[in-house]
Design a protein around this ligand. Structure first.
Ligand code: PSV
Ligand code: MN
Length: 429
């Protein structure tokens, strides 16, 4: 296996950090023991945890106004895989990459799968793109894709999703994530009911092409690029569609795709109740679909989402296997650093949710002891699980201090010498 960062350097830096880490881990272990929790069990749970990284997140994102490229950022899927391998090597929680097509198109997908494997990576859900026109495409998606009024456009969008499934099969993926930008910018522009009907008809054609063992994940979003209405605007529309399409279809929750202050953890609980919680796109937001780094703005909300997931895991109501992915746009940071930081924030919430004394919480809820219920959650949220995550990383060959180790490796500076420049671009001009 090829490792982009020197394993010796990681080991040396870990050895220097080990005495302090051992001390912190032991102190936390004693504290947890008083609460009846075995720290090694929490560490093992952390080791078993993983979240996929988005291929598109490896490059510097842009806004409507500009993109500020980073020297040495990846310019194609091969370079993106290399960067994702760095994230996995140092952080050890992101062994899979979620690709997006046609952005990540190559000639030989079998070779791409081998290339990823040689870097210690596999592929997660494939994402289709009918929210953007491609050069040479027969029909435009300017007025919709799966919900278009034009049959040829719907057929083209269906075919693209089927192509994505076929690519995914070659990559070893088992899920297709469908997000459409379909919707309207003006009241009256489209019939709100009929456009949903057209979406469902077309989505059923995609669904019919799902191989055995595959899932179709529907991602809702209330606005952008359509600012008056979206066809799959919210979890209600997503749930209606998933129920109608069938057992292989479930809903994907992108944390940034809701109205401000929406109670996302309750949406998670409802979708689980319906047996339709298919997966997540983790990110954070302040104002809208900001695609900021997970846990950077509202870490408490992330924890509450994981608290619901821990409840769901304990009461699976059938299969419970959500696809966990990150979906972020890194405009001002090195994407490798952002994704390592986000993966740690997500893994931290996953670990802290396991510290919740569920029996005590359920009893307090049953007794309507509001403060005790709240404090039971709060004490788990306030526990610093950093030593557990760092120990889990180290034992798997990752870096205790991922940021210092990454910077010491000079990876980005080396890539700035090797890789072609992406140049300016994007933005509204
Ligand atoms: C849409 O905003 C979205 O969240 C979907 O997941 C897209 O596929 C992704 O962003 C990438 O642009
Ligand atoms: Mn998303």
């Amino acid at each position: 296996m090829t490792h982009p960062i020197s394993a010796e350097m990681i080991a040396e830096r870990n050895a220097a950090a080990l005495p302090a880490l051992t001390d912190d881990y032991a102190a936390l272990g004693r504290k947890l023991e008083r609460r009846g929790i075995a720290i090694d069990a929490v560490k093992d749970r952390a080791k078993a945890w993983s979240v996929a990284v988005p291929s598109w997140g490896a490059g510097r994102g842009g806004t409507r106004f500009a993109k500020f490229p980073l020297a040495g950022e990846p310019t194609n899927i091969h370079e993106k895989l290399e960067d994702c391998a760095v994230i996995q090597q140092l952080g050890r929680t992101t062994p899979r990459v979620s690709p997006h097509f046609p952005w990540d198109c190559v000639e030989d997908y079998g070779a791409l799968r081998d290339e990823a494997a040689s870097l210690g990576l596999g592929f997660d859900a494939v994402n289709s793109n009918t929210f953007q026109d491609q050069a040479g495409q027969a029909q435009t998606y300017a007025t919709g894709s799966l919900s278009s009024t034009i049959q040829a456009t719907r057929e083209q969008a269906v075919q693209h999703n089927i192509d994505c499934i076929e690519i995914g099969q070659k990559l070893g993926s088992t899920a297709l994530t469908v997000w459409v930008g379909d919707g309207t910018n003006f009241p009256g522009q489209q019939d709100l009911g009929r456009s949903f009907d057209r979406y469902l008809d077309a989505a059923a054609d995609v669904y019919a092409a799902l191989p055995d063992g595959w899932r179709m994940l529907l991602e809702h979003k209330m606005f952008e690029p359509a600012f008056y209405s979206s066809v799959i605007s919210d979890w209600g529309s997503s749930l209606m569609a998933a129920l109608e399409l069938g057992d292989k279809c479930a809903c994907l929750v992108d944390l940034g795709h809701h109205a401000p202050n929406a109670n996302i953890e309750q949406i998670v609980a409802r979708l689980h109740r319906a047996g339709k919680l298919g997966g997540f796109h983790f990110n954070d937001s302040k104002y809208g679909d900001d695609d900021l780094d997970s846990g950077s703005i509202n870490p408490h909300q992330l924890f509450l989402v994981f608290n619901e997931l821990a409840e769901a895991e304990a009461n699976p109501r059938g299969a419970f296997n959500p696809a966990y992915m990150i979906d972020q746009s890194h405009n001002v940071t090195d994407p490798i650093e952002s994704m390592l930081s986000s993966a740690e924030a997500i893994a931290g919430c996953h670990a802290r949710a396991a510290l919740v004394d569920r029996a005590a919480l359920h009893k307090a809820q049953q007794d309507n002891d509001v403060m005790l219920a709240f404090r039971t959650l709060r004490s788990a949220y306030e526990t610093d699980v950093g030593p557990i995550l760092a120990m889990a990383r180290m034992e798997q060959g990752g870096a205790v201090d991922w940021l210092g180790t990454y910077r010491a490796s000079q990876f980005r500076q080396r890539k700035a010498q090797e890789r072609k420049s992406v140049g300016l671009g994007a933005g509204i001009v």
